[in-house]
Ligand binder design. Structure first.
Ligand SMILES: Nc1ncnc2c1ncn2[C@@H]1O[C@H](COP(=O)(O)OP(=O)(O)OP(=O)(O)O)[C@@H](O)[C@H]1O
Ligand SMILES: [Mg+2]
Length: 224
């Protein structure tokens, strides 16, 4: 299962994603955590000191699958599918090995990373940091005991820009505020257009421990 967290800024995406990673590990699952937000909160929550960034060379995945750097991610995905390229955690493929850090036995982390000079000089937009996921996620093939948890950037962008294709479940985190509910509805609409299965979980109701426990139980009921 590949599970992504979405929601308004500050709604609790990274907190919930961290709780799910811990819960899945407690159940003996092998987990790949993907921190797609340039604030790198998931990485820090998992006590990592990220230094390896997927977004440092976002075109490399195109070359890896046999396409060209100048082409689009959609074209690279098509080339990869024609060539039957897949990514796997066990055995660990060479691309995943080169962009992920092992935090503990059974827990790896991919960090999209902070803004780069290419973004600052407007050669690329900030979505480029996580854009390799457009190719990576659909091709990542998991065993039964493996899960992927993705902490996304705030708002509708990750869905509308196609970064969430290949995700099995999108979890929209919602605070009990009008703005948070409105953004949750906007994200839900984008997920419906993109045909990504999704649920809404509530946060900031009863305190972190109870909120994350209830949300995690709801997510696991939908997945495992
Ligand atoms: N259930 C909760 N109860 C109280 N505080 C919470 C709860 N969930 C999250 N927080 C706090 O709210 C703040 C925002 O949480 P978090 O960083 O998880 O949100 P986010 O949606 O990932 O934000 P961003 O969009 O900035 O990445 C943090 O300080 C976090 O500790
Ligand atoms: Mg966050």
């Amino acid at each position: 299962m590949k599970i992504a967290f979405l929601g308004k800024g500050g709604s609790g995406k990274s907190t919930m994603a961290t709780a799910l990673v811990r819960q899945l590990r407690a159940r003996g699952m092998k987990v790949l955590a993907i921190d797609a937000d340039h604030n790198m909160d998931l990485s820090y929550n998992l006590e990592a000191e990220p230094s390896l960034f997927l977004g440092a060379d976002p075109d490399r995945i195109k070359e890896y699958v046999g396409s060209t750097r100048a082409g689009t991610y959609d074209a690279a995905l098509q080339v990869a599918q024609d060539r039957k390229v897949i990514f796997t955690l066990s055995p660990l493929d060479a691309f995943t090995a080169s962009v992920s850090a092992e935090l503990e036995n059974g827990l790896r982390l991919i960090t999209a990373g902070p803004h780069t000079d290419r973004v600052r000089s407007q050669e690329s937009c900030s979505h480029s940091l996580a854009a390799p996921l457009k190719v990576y996620l659909p091709l990542l093939t998991l065993n039964q005991d493996e899960a992927v948890v993705i902490d996304e950037r705030a708002g509708t962008d990750p869905v509308a820009t196609g970064i969430l294709s290949g995700v099995d479940l999108a979890v929209i985190v919602q605070e009990p505020t009008i703005n948070s509910k409105r953004v949750a509805e906007q994200i839900k609409r984008e997920l419906e257009i993109a045909k990504v299965p999704h649920i809404i979980v509530n946060n900031k109701n009863a305190g972190i421990e109870i909120d994350t426990l209830l949300a995690t139980e709801m997510i696991l009921a939908h997945t495992y």
